[in-house]
Design a protein around this ligand. Sequence first.
Ligand SMILES: [Fe+2]
Length: 355
Amino acid sequence: MATGTAMSRKDVFTPAKHLAFKDMPNVHTMKELGFSETAGVSPIAVSEPFRLFTEEAVMRMRQEVLSPEVFENCQYSSNLAQCYLRGFANKYAPFVYDVWKNPETLAIVSKIAGIDIVPEMDLEIAHINISVKSEEEKKEELEAAAERANYEADEGIAGCPWEDDKPIVGWHTDSYPFVCVTMLSDCIDMIGGETALRTGNGDIMKVRGPQMGCAVVLQGRYIEHQALRTLGTTERITMVTSFRPRDPLQKDDTVLTTVRPISNINDLYNQFAEYRLQILEERIRLQLREIRDLSAAGRRVTTKKLKSFIGEQENFLAHMNREMVDDDDVIVGNIQQDHITPESSSKPRKRRKLV
Ligand SMILES: [Fe+2]
């Protein structure tokens, strides 16, 4: 269990009480989206929304996440969004921490992701996006949307809403292999909020946004996507937990581009270095065992194989070193645009007109 805020017994995360997962959701494969099955770390690209938590669990998580300590100590903003809460779980949110470390939760997200995954690092349990609008703003937006819907119906152009779907963040890929996005707000009346995905041939596919207590799993490192704007809610709070493969022999393409400027840099680099060095340790241990076992039997590992192993690990370390940009060169709050697809090349193709 996490350290930090003391929990009474009834508050402890209990899978039987707090997890509400029942049936496997529909998933879309990489192949279905026009990508090679080996483009990412799993053949699964994205899931449809699925119920993951009970209402009690959502309320408990909200209570921890929206606490004064978290707002005071873990709030970040950037050129892309006004309010994130990050890096709070192992200090102020023991319930949230336990949710994402629990083997039963991990078994569910792994099953949906099509690969055994673990949280990327503790710092990514869990990233919170908050957007809040006043009742007045919500009303105005809904009226404008209704007016536009009437106009579009009159003009016979309903069903082609792409040009007006303004995204929250533009087209991008994530820093981490997988994300699980959980909705912590009641968004029963919400319009929009879908995730748009760009398929291998440049078409756009939309996946519904989750309702409260529900989640979506996405292989976000390998699929360009954007979250579309929402209307009809005053509050939208999503919890984004990032994951990487558990197997140290899997590739780890993790970058830090989108998180470096909105993190405690020492925590981020320490945790990044720790898990990557652990992967390296495992790989070296396995290679060493092979050398020793073969040697004991009077045989040898081929030069070609050894050199290939060394080359791979050199690249692994070089990648790590590149991602750990010197502290002085990190501009706080400024998420570099190189991870975000430039607008000129990312304009979604117009949808085919429906007849
Ligand atoms: Fe994303």
